[in-house]
Design a protein around this ligand. Structure first.
Ligand code: TYD
Length: 202
């Protein structure tokens, strides 16, 4: 079972993915929690290039760096763990590229979808939990965690476009992508919803 967490900045993915991991382990599952970008050794270098506010990257360079990170991640981490029968939870995956690089950056849909297909080796998540938050709330939350990275520094309009693309993706694939609103601060309620959705899928 391959589960991904997605959403705009400050949506609560890291909190909820960790909580879901503990919950599933408590139920006796073997769980691997991983992330993109940066889920492999080489990926950590790629991550710092992508997130460093001092990196000035062309949009095409950016999408290829995310693709290179994903290629490493899928072949060295995700697929081996799935083969071992683990539940794999990834904090971000292909939908981030669709939302940020098509929605946010405006790259052509067919180009990014093709790059995604190659870099993911065609591996589609069984379930995607899209934690939806308004950019106004999300950016404030993200700012409490530390210095802003290259994406967090983008204008509010960029984050609005990312969110709109995410919601469009969910609308077009309601079987796989489940939207959970996280504007309210009630972490327990959100986690309860997540667990319910995952249990149904399992
Ligand atoms: P990260 O610190 O993991 O962000 P967050 O805590 O918001 O999940 O940084 C990842 C950033 O990279 C985030 O701003 C989204 C962006 N991103 C893309 O633009 N495209 C992608 O394909 C992926 C995986 C991430």
């Amino acid at each position: 079972m391959f589960i991904t967490f997605e959403g705009p900045e400050g949506c609560g993915k890291s909190t909820h993915s960790k909580k879901l991991k503990s919950y599933l382990e408590g139920k006796g599952h073997k769980v691997l929690l991983t992330q993109e970008p940066g889920g492999t050794q080489v990926g950590k270098h790629i991550r710092s290039l992508l997130l460093n506010p001092e990196s000035v990257l062309d949009e095409t360079t950016e999408v290829y760096l995310f693709a290179a990170d994903r290629s490493e991640h899928v072949s060295k981490v995700v697929l081996p763990a799935l083969k071992e029968g683990k539940v794999v939870i990834s904090d971000r995956y292909v939908d981030s590229t669709l939302a940020y690089q098509i929605g946010g950056r405006g790259l052509p849909e067919d180009l990014v979808r093709y790059i995604n297909m190659v870099s993911s080796k065609g591996l589609i998540p069984d379930l995607t939990l899209l934690l939806d938050v308004s950019p106004e709330v999300g950016i404030k939350r993200a700012a409490q965690v530390g210095a802003a990275d290259r994406f967090e520094k983008e204008k509010i309009q960029f984050h609005q476009k990312v969110r709109a693309k995410y919601l469009e993706l969910a609308q077009n694939d309601p079987e796989r992508i489940k939207v959970i609103k996280t504007d309210s601060r009630d972490i327990d309620k959100v986690q309860e919803k997540i667990r319910g959705i995952v249990e149904t899928k399992l």
